[in-house]
Design a protein. Sequence first.
Length: 67
Amino acid sequence: MKSSLVNREQAARYLGVSSQTLSLWACNGRYGLRYVKIGRRAMYRVSDLEDFLDRRTITHCGELKDE
């Protein structure tokens, strides 16, 4: 099943950051958050946002889940 796409403003609200922060992350590749370019628009798959949050989830003592 394909994941739905949301625009940068919606993705920012979902993550609790500003759309400008997402723009900066996209520009410098910080955190490796994937997005889809459609013309001039940056769109985000909801599944990629959920994966991003899973990767950033702390399990204990400040260790990331995947480490």
